[in-house]
Design a protein around this ligand. Structure first.
Ligand SMILES: [Zn+2]
Ligand SMILES: [Zn+2]
Length: 404
């Protein structure tokens, strides 16, 4: 039997473990950097499997390291561990028992699959070509910005890594399918806030104060010109105002003295990213001053954009084809305008990110990420595990990945 087939068959042995770990993590979701329970589960499993474990760096990350005992490269895999602050309505029997916390982005599955990788590797260590494996369990992918990945990179624990991979659940692809995007993968994701202050007045006498809502409207309309008139039409970028607050709905005769609004901007180019931030600030300041209103503008650079490393994504793509067959591996056409804090790893390391299909219409696994009814078809776990394992073997062997 060829190696890829053997890996797929062997992966089946770990299916129940992955499901059990996932159900525990799903039942007790934890948010941001505050993940004591998940951290303990991961640490205990890794220690029991014989991994060298480091915990508590990057606030609450866990790193498990396995040495094959043979010389070779250092390959890292990342899983995110955090849930979202929202109520679960998925109806699964292992639903969240924590109020307002729900694994609606599949990070419980990512963590459980990576524990499956840990177990597979430790029990089949002799088959591995050589080198070391670093499994990284990351907090705060969903924020607070700039997320756990940045802190992990700053901690230096991955400085010796030669290639790195990560993956995310994708409800658009069926369980058993894998998606790979060559080149640009995720956009930068940054936030901004504007606070306008003027003189409130009676709604019947607008000339005695400032109609701050009109000023906000002028600014918000003008912001769209940055995208449509100032950036090249063939380059991707988006600016969205996501909230606006002024006055109070029941009050119909007062022009408010304050208006706040905020949103996000996304781009695929560091120059465009800085340009948008600067231009939002200038437009806010000039329109506000033209209307006699004061303005405060703040922005935060959270997640950079990233491209998948050409070599690493190619190795993952072919590894997935070997394991699952060509028909089950999708070459994704378009990059995402969403962002992903895996970006921080790609800044310094040869790294790539792929997608794990989790869709199954019969099992009602059809809802988007972050939807209260989000569900995962667990038949996705064995194929995902096998793709990780075959990719690790391939990354260890491929000459395009150089040892440090
Ligand atoms: Zn998410
Ligand atoms: Zn996510």
């Amino acid at each position: 039997m060829d190696r890829a087939k053997h890996i797929l068959l062997n992966s089946k042995k770990y299916e129940n473990d992955i499901k059990n770990w996932r159900h525990i993590i799903h039942r007790y979701p934890e948010i941001g950097f505050d993940l004591p329970r998940t951290q303990k589960l991961v640490t205990d499993v890794l220690r029991e499997l014989g991994y060298t474990v480091q915990a508590g760096f990057a606030k609450s990350a866990v790193l498990g390291e396995l040495d094959t005992g043979k010389p070779g490269k250092v390959i890292a895999i990342r899983a995110d561990m955090d849930a979202l602050s929202m109520k679960e309505e998925s109806g699964v029997p292992f639903s969240s028992e924590i109020e307002n916390a729900f694994h609606a982005c599949g990070h419980d599955a990512h963590t459980a699959i990576l524990l499956g990788v840990a177990k597979y590797l430790s029990e089949n260590k002799d088959e591995l070509p050589g080198g070391r494996i670093k499994l990284v369990f990351q907090p705060a992918e969903e924020g607070p910005a700039p997320g756990g990945a940045k802190l992990i990179m700053e901690s230096g624990v991955l400085d010796d890594v030669d290639a790195m991979i990560g993956a995310h659940s994708q409800p658009l692809y069926k369980a058993g399918q894998i998606g790979c995007k060559y080149g640009d993968a995720f956009a930068s994701g940054d936030f901004f806030e504007v606070r306008l202050k003027g003189t409130g007045t009676h709604a019947a006498s607008p000339h005695k104060g400032n109609d701050i809502i009109i000023t906000a409207m002028e600014i918000i309309n003008a912001l769209q010109n940055i995208r449509s008139r100032e950036l090249p039409p063939l380059k991707s970028a988006v600016i969205s105002v996501c909230s606006i607050n002024a006055g109070s709905l029941p009050v119909k005769n007062v022009l408010s003295d304050e208006c706040t609004f905020g949103g996000t901007f996304r781009a695929y180019n560091d120059e465009h990213r800085s340009y948008i931030a600067r231009r939002i600030g200038e437009i806010v300041e000039h329109i506000a001053s033209m209307n006699g209103v004061t303005a405060e503008y703040t922005d935060s650079f959270n997640y950079p954009y990233f491209r998948n490393d050409d070599d690493v994504i190619d190795i993952v793509f072919h590894s997935a084809q070997e394991v699952l067959g060509n028909d089950n591996v999708i070459k994704k056409e378009d990059p995402e305008m969403g962002s992903e804090d895996f970006a921080w790893y790609t800044k310094k390391l040869k790294a790539a990110f792929f997608f794990i299909g989790i869709r199954n219409e019969e099992k009602e696994c059809i809802y988007s990420l972050h939807n209260p009814k989000f569900r995962i078809d667990e038949d996705a776990f064995v194929p995902a595990l096998a793709v990780f394992i075959n990719s690790i073997y391939r990354l260890m062997e491929d000459e395009r990945i150089h040892g440090k």
